[in-house]
Design a protein around this ligand. Structure first.
Ligand code: VGL
Ligand code: ZN
Length: 231
């Protein structure tokens, strides 16, 4: 099916720049070739999007996703995590998302609050962008820029987008198979037309399964050569 961009304009769209932070580019969880997308992202940021957001993975030092915080576990091991009871207790009655146990990858320590690893990469033109932070709660992993996987905490991003009457979302950044993917899937689920700009994304794994997963969910995969994005 050819791409129909008739009603898509930068002026009714937002760009979400996901986690272009030191630790993901040159630090403890460096994603291969991530530095190669920075110029591309800067070029996209010159377009007149109605809202431009940059996210930061923003963990406390004792975060549940760090291997170091689990005795006997190594980096990239997997554990099972459960929704924190104190947050479940505060859940809205109307919220019916299933509270199932989830598999959690254990990462090297990364993006710790108030460290250089958490800062935006020097070359990123992030001035004037709205900053959204995620993964701030000790007991919850939050790959999506919208909310944690159980919907127990949210970042306020959805309200920001609704307030600006955004219809379309363009997602770029790191990592394609984690935060970019989960952000795009949530954006689609919340009713936004959602594009991921493939040549402005780098992933942890080379397998590429994230692209079929996102496509299946109705996320549209494009690249910067798309007419809307050249000018
Ligand atoms: C991310 C792994 C751990 C990401 C964040 O930004 O994709 N990946 N935390
Ligand atoms: Zn993280």
């Amino acid at each position: 099916m050819p791409l129909d961009l008739a009603h898509v304009e930068p002026s009714n769209s937002a760009i979400l720049v996901i986690d272009v932070q030191n630790d993901f580019v040159s630090g403890s969880l460096a994603v291969r070739d991530a530095e190669k997308i920075i110029d591309t992202i800067n070029a996209l940021l010159t377009l007149p999007f109605a809202l431009k957001v940059a996210t930061q993975d923003y963990h406390p030092a004792n975060h549940i996703s760090f291997a170091r915080n689990h005795a006997g576990k190594k980096e990239f091991d997997k554990i099972t995590i459960f929704p924190p009871a104190e947050l479940v207790a505060r859940r809205m009655p109307k919220d019916e998302r299933p509270l199932e146990a989830l598999e959690q990858v254990l990462w090297p320590v990364h993006c710790v609050q108030d460290t250089t690893g958490v800062a935006f990469v020097d070359g990123l033109e992030h001035e004037g962008l709205e900053v959204v932070r995620k993964g701030c709660d000790v007991g919850i992993e939050c790959y999506s820029a919208f909310e944690d996987p159980w919907g127990l905490t949210n970042t306020g991003l959805k309200d920001k987008l609704k307030n600006k009457e955004i219809s379309n979302i363009f997602v770029v950044g790191i990592a394609g198979d984690y935060c970019v993917k989960f952000t795009a899937l949530d954006a689609k689920k919340h009713g936004f037309r959602t594009f991921v700009i493939r040549d402005a994304v780098k992933s942890v794994s080379d397998e590429g399964t994230e692209w079929t997963e996102m496509t299946k969910a109705g996320v549209e995969i494009i690249d910067t050569a798309q007419e809307l994005l050249t000018s």
